[in-house]
Design a binder for this molecule. Sequence first.
Ligand SMILES: Cc1cc2nc3c(=O)[nH]c(=O)nc-3n(C[C@H](O)[C@H](O)[C@H](O)COP(=O)(O)O)c2cc1C
Length: 139
Amino acid sequence: MLIRLIYLSRPVGPQTVARTDSILRKAHAWNTENDITGMLCEGQGVYLQALEGDRNRVTSLYARIHADPRHKELELLHCESIVERRYRGWSMAHVSLSDVDPQTKIAWPEFDPYSASGALVMARIDALVACGRAVRATP
Ligand SMILES: Cc1cc2nc3c(=O)[nH]c(=O)nc-3n(C[C@H](O)[C@H](O)[C@H](O)COP(=O)(O)O)c2cc1C
């Protein structure tokens, strides 16, 4: 059975390019092997990740991610059974919510995902993907 899970968290320490690269490299390798797809939005003091795949595998991956000391305050925003994947073809798409990127600011103005509903957050993610903000997380 396929599911999609979306959670939100806050980084512990600075969200450096090196740290993001290390997360994406691991995600690309493990997710490809385990048929997990999804996307990671990061920047502006948040991680926002969607994971899709077999329920059992997504659940155990989420448990591992939950225990990762590089972030904290994890909140589960959304979890549903799905028939089709939304991020088919992406082992882990990456959207950077960089402070210095004016295009991102337009896409995400003063948005606080911690006080928004799961549905609204998902709509924001879709908007970022639709306007071409997602890039492939390949090593
Ligand atoms: C925000 C965030 C997202 C992550 N996403 C994934 C992912 O999609 N797939 C993955 O295998 N690891 C991901 N990781 C890394 C895992 O938390 C963990 O470090 C990695 O799977 C190695 O786990 P292990 O040391 O218990 O083997 C992520 C970590 C963070 C902080």
